[in-house]
Structures are given as C-alpha cells and as structure tokens.
Design a protein around this ligand. Structure first.
Ligand SMILES: NC(=O)c1ccc[n+]([C@@H]2O[C@H](COP(=O)([O-])OP(=O)(O)OC[C@H]3O[C@@H](n4cnc5c(N)ncnc54)[C@H](OP(=O)(O)O)[C@@H]3O)[C@@H](O)[C@H]2O)c1
Length: 310
C-alpha cells in the first residue's frame, strides 16, 4: 500500500481509504471482517459521515459496536467524518451549533475522543465563514478534531473558507471514477464547441486543489455516474471492461484494482474512497494502490470509458 504524509498534517495516510456508508445492516462479524480486510491490506484510514445509516450517526455507531476499539487500537486508524448536511429536508447547515453538535454526536457514536479529520460534507449556500472558523478553532483547541477539509466544494467556496479559517483545508472529497470523471475530463477537452465534456462543472477544482496542497479524495470509485450503478462487469461499458480485464491480466491483479489504479496513478496523489462491504473486494481494490499504469494505458482506459480526446 502506497502511503504519504497528508499535506497540512503530520498524518501518514494510505492512498486507498475504506468508506463506511453502507454498513448499517451488516452484522458485527461482517463489519469486523471488512475492517480487518482493510487493515491487512494497509488501509488504515476510515471515512464516515454523521448522516450515514438509517438514523443520524447510524453507521458510526455500527462500526464502534462491532469493532470496540481499545484506545491503542483506535490510535492506529485515521478516522475522518463529515458534517453539514441536514437529511431531514434535506438542506445544509454550517452554523457553529450544527457543526459542533455534529462532531460531538460523531465522537459519542464512534466511542472516541477525537476525529483525525472533519470534512464539510456539501457546500452550504448560506455559509457564514466566520461561524465555520469559530467552530473549527474551538474543536481544534479542545482536541476534538485534528484537521479539517471539505467535500464537493468548488475553488471559490474553498477560497471563501480559507479567508476566515485558521487551519489548513487538507482535503476535498469529490466524485471520481473512470467513467464519471468531469474532474479530469473537462480540462482535456476545454474550449471545444458543442461538446458536453467541455462544460466546466467544478470550475477547475482538481488544479486548484493541486495548487493549494489539498488532497482530492475520490468517492464512488466504482460507480458509472448518476443512477448507472457499478461499471465493473456492466454491459453498459463493454469497451471499458475489455481494457480493464486485459490490464488486470497483464498486471496480475483483479479488475477492481485497475479501477483503483486509474485514480491512484494520477500525479495529484489522490485517495480512493472505497464503498464496498465485501472483504474480498477491499483486498482486490487495495492491490491497485501502486499499479504503475503507463500514460498510454491510463489514457486508453479514459478513452474506453467514452471520454473525448480532441
Ligand atoms: N463526500 C460525498 O459526498 C460522498 C458521497 C458518497 C459516498 N461517499 C464516500 O465514498 C464511499 C464510497 O462510495 P460508494 O459506496 O458509492 O463507492 P463504490 O466503491 O463506487 O461503490 C460501492 C458499491 O458498489 C458495489 N460493488 C462494488 N463492486 C461491485 C461489483 N463488482 N459488482 C457489484 N457491485 C459492486 C458495492 O457492493 P458490495 O458492498 O456488495 O461490494 C457497494 O454497494 C462511501 O462509503 C462514503 O464513505 C462520499
């Protein structure tokens, strides 16, 4: 497993992360098998959110109940959670009271004294950056959150926060997979008339994050995009799967590792946030951590997913 020091922190992190959005209905044994599979593969970083699960903090609680980590075991993990979405609406709330209350709820559900990283889950159109700054500073000073980031944020939204927030913004979690790749694909076809790919939907987020040492974390790395489901083995993506299968055989890894590798190969040093609840798939995906795809292979996957290369 490839690791690196997350810029803006002293945390040494893997470039593949285990997301726990889908564990609500899993038994203790299933959660333990999933988490152990991750740990055995070198995935020492867990992604949570207050809203994951049937109820608020449901998946965080399920994780804690199943794993019952001792303080020493807890210290071996980087635990990240998110706040800012009010599911009963839905709407967004970056107010001081909401953010601090959410973190306290996460700490209680997780049975831990601190989060390594807190992300603002989705942009709040009514954001008052002074409130966010006050919440971050108080949580940091109290030792309850060690580092801060965002998710699904544009460069302008991050700039606004950075003007007020004292701590560095260390991560921006965005949706990215081989077929769902506006983050990467727009820049390839910039300035092309009448081509949907040329439309900027994130306003240069990837380049902005690289310029400011903000690590991009790729969520839904196996999903084809809105409503299309998993692309691996899907008849909707025959050309892509042919290339994936050929490269998997060539590198002697399972196909899921190639889906991971397409993201980890990018020089932005992104992290892949897995969502599978299958221990075998976690182990397979982890094998993509440092598959050295060539520039030609990376580009062939990109084209086979249907992206335009002018
Ligand atoms: N920041 C955000 O806004 C945001 C949004 C969404 C998610 N996330 C984070 O990102 C993580 C990953 O998201 P995700 O779960 O959508 O990612 P994903 O890894 O792309 O998808 C996982 C889902 O695909 C299924 N799957 C994987 N491989 C499969 C295969 N070969 N055949 C059939 N099904 C397969 C899994 O089922 P099995 O469990 O059966 O393998 C699981 O239901 C989440 O856990 C969460 O931490 C963040």
């Amino acid at each position: 497993m490839k690791t690196f020091t997350l810029p803006g922190t002293d945390l040494v992190v893997p470039n593949v992360v285990l997301g726990l959005m889908r564990i609500q209905d899993k038994t203790d044994d299933e959660v333990r098998a999933l988490v152990h599979s991750a740990r055995d593969a070198g995935i020492t970083f867990l992604d949570h959110a207050d809203i994951y699960g049937d109820d608020l903090h449901g998946c965080e609680r399920r994780f804690a109940e199943a794993t019952r980590l001792s303080p020493a075991e807890r210290a071996e993990w980087v635990i990240q959670s998110k706040a800012g979405i009010v599911p009963d609406g839905p709407y967004f709330d970056f107010s001081y009271d909401h953010l601090v209350g959410s973190v306290h709820g996460s700490l209680d559900a997780l049975g831990t004294d601190y989060l390594d990283i807190l992300l603002l889950h989705r942009p709040d159109p009514l954001v008052e950056p002074e409130e966010v700054a006050r919440a971050f500073s108080d949580l940091h000073a109290a030792g309850k959150v060690r580092a801060f980031g965002v998710s699904n944020h544009t460069p302008g939204q991050i700039e606004l926060l950075r003007r007020y927030v004292e701590q560095p913004i260390v991560a921006n979690q965005m949706q990215l997979s081989i077929p769902h790749a506006p983050l990467v694909a727009q820049g390839v076809a910039s300035n092309m008339a009448a081509l949907d790919q040329s439309v900027s939907r994130d306003l240069g987020t990837l380049d902005y994050c690289r310029l400011h040492d903000i690590t991009v974390q790729a969520w839904s790395p196996l999903q084809g995009g809105a409503g299309h489901g998993v692309f691996l083995g899907s008849p909707e993506h025959p050309e892509l799967n042919t290339v994936i299968d050929r490269l998997a055989a060539q590198y002697d890894v399972p196909p899921i590792a190639i889906a991971t590798a397409w993201i980890t190969r990018h020089p932005a040093q992104m992290q892949v946030v897995l969502g599978t609840t299958s221990p075998d798939r976690v182990a397979g995906a982890a094998q993509g951590s440092d598959v050295p795809l060539t520039r030609a292979e990376w580009s062939e996957l990109f084209r086979a997913a249907g992206h335009h290369v002018p």
